[in-house]
Design a protein. Structure first.
Length: 318
C-alpha cells in the first residue's frame, strides 16, 4: 500500500501492488477518496483533518504538487491559509503554488493557480508536510500584490501569532527591493502592529489612519493605586478617550463564565473607566467598514473627552 497519510498517485498505488480492480474497490467502498484525477488519499486521513482548515488545504496543495510533477511551493493565499494567517478578503479555495523551475510558465487551470517566482532557499519553509513560502515571504507577497488593507490585516495577523517579526519583514523587503509592489509593502510593514488582537482592530486602525485622525496607543493597560484594572484596545491619552473594537467574540461565554458574567464584567469595567475620567467609545464591524462614520463618532468622543478633562480641572471639581 502507498503511504495512506498523504495523497498518492495511481502509479504509486500500482507500484505498491494494487491492481485496477483493487483501486476501484477502494474508491467504491469509500476507503479511498479521489482528490484529483488519478490522485487519491485514504478517507480516514481526510476525516482526521476535517476540523483543521490549515491541514486540509495542505492536503490539496500536496495533491496539486503530484499533478505538476516538479518542484513547487504553496504561496500567496495558500501559504497564508496553511500558516493560519487571517486575511481581510476571504481565502480562495484554489491552491496557489509558486515555482522557479526553468521554462515553466504560470497558469490558472484545473482548479489551481501556478505562478513563476524567485524562490531562494531561505524564503521556503515546511508546514503540515508541504513546502510553502516562509511567513515573512508570504506576508511580503500579500502586501506587494493586494490592497493596503489586505496587507495590513495579514501582517498584523502573522505578527500576532508569532509567525514573523517586524525585523524579519524588513530584512526580506531589503532583499526584494526591485520587485513590483515593494513600495506598498513597505507602507504595510511600517504600519503593521503586533499588538492588534483581531482583524476588526486592524481594520479600525486603517480607518483611523485613512481619516487623518491621531494615532492611538494600542493594547494599553490602565490601573490605579491598587494595581492594573483593565486593558483597552485603543487609547488617546491627551483627551483620555478609550476606543473598543467590539467583535461578538468578546461577549461569548467561556473559561467557566456565562454570557451574563461576561456582560456584568464589562459593565463594571466601563464604570471604573468612567470614574477614572475616561470617555469610552465602542464600535463594531459596521463602523470599521465605514471610515467617515467612525471618524465622526471618534471626533465627537474627543470633544466629550476634552470637555470632561476641562470639567475635572475646574476648581472644586470632583
Amino acid at each position: 500500500m502507498p503511504d495512506a497519510a498523504t495523497p498518492f498517485t495511481v502509479a504509486q498505488a500500482r507500484a505498491a501492488g494494487c491492481d485496477r480492480a483493487a483501486i476501484r474497490r477502494a474508491l467504491r467502498s469509500g476507503k479511498w477518496v479521489a482528490l484529483r484525477r488519478g490522485i487519491y488519499i485514504e478517507a480516514a486521513r481526510l476525516a482526521a483533518v476535517a476540523g483543521c482548515a490549515e491541514r486540509r488545504h495542505a492536503i490539496d496543495v500536496a495533491a496539486v504538487r503530484l499533478v505538476l510533477g516538479f518542484d513547487a511551493v504553496a504561496g500567496g493565499n495558500s501559504a497564508a491559509r496553511i500558516l493560519g494567517i487571517e486575511l481581510l478578503t476571504p481565502h480562495s479555495s484554489e491552491p496557489v503554488l509558486l515555482t522557479d523551475a526553468p521554462a515553466v510558465k504560470g497558469t490558472h487551470r484545473n482548479g489551481y493557480v501556478l505562478r513563476s517566482a524567485a524562490l531562494p532557499g531561505h524564503h521556503r519553509a515546511t508546514r503540515h508536510g508541504v513546502p510553502i513560502t516562509s511567513a515573512a515571504r508570504t506576508v511580503v507577497d500579500l502586501a506587494r500584490t493586494r490592497s493596503f488593507a489586505d496587507g495590513v490585516v495579514a501582517a498584523d495577523s502573522a505578527l500576532r501569532k508569532g509567525l514573523v517579526s517586524i525585523a524579519q519583514l524588513r530584512a526580506l523587503l531589503g532583499e526584494c527591493s526591485t520587485w513590483s509592489g515593494t513600495t506598498r509593502a513597505r507602507r504595510v510593514v511600517g504600519f503593521a502592529d503586533p499588538l492588534a488582537e483581531s482583524v476588526l482592530e486592524s481594520l479600525s486602525r486603517i480607518a483611523i489612519h485613512e481619516q487623518n485622525l491621531p494615532a492611538p496607543r494600542t493594547q494599553v493597560t490602565l490601573g490605579d493605586d491598587h494595581g492594573p484594572r483593565c486593558r483597552v484596545d485603543f487609547l488617546w491619552d491627551d483627551v483620555r478617550v478609550v476606543g473598543e473594537a467590539d467583535g461578538l467574540g468578546k461577549y461569548e461565554p467561556g473559561y467557566g463564565r456565562s454570557a451574563r458574567d461576561v456582560l456584568r464584567a464589562e459593565k463594571r469595567r466601563d464604570e471604573w473607566l468612567a470614574d477614572a475620567g475616561y470617555e469610552v467609545l465602542r464600535w463594531g464591524w459596521e463602523d470599521a467598514n465605514d471610515p467617515p462614520r467612525l471618524a465622526r463618532r471618534l471626533r465627537a468622543a474627543f470633544s466629550r473627552g476634552a470637555e470632561r478633562q476641562r470639567g475635572r480641572q475646574q476648581p472644586g471639581a470632583a
